[in-house]
Write a protein that binds this ligand. Structure first.
Ligand code: ZN
Length: 55
């Protein structure tokens, strides 16, 4: 089951959720594991996330 990384816009904490492809395609409302907010953003992980040089 793939893991999806999210970052909470409210408490700025990162967390992972495990969803099947089918569940993910159903666009579930992800809630922050830490504060319960649904103001979360998907973190892009993998090969493209390696370079982050922003000043
Ligand atoms: Zn949070």
């Amino acid at each position: 089951m793939p893991a999806y990384e999210y970052i909470c816009q409210d408490c700025k904490k990162e967390f992972m959720v495990f969803l099947s492809i089918k569940e993910f395609e159903a666009k579930p409302r992800i809630k922050c594991l830490h504060c319960g907010s649904d103001n979360v953003q998907r973190k892009i992980t993998g090969f493209f996330a390696k370079t982050s040089k922003k000043s």
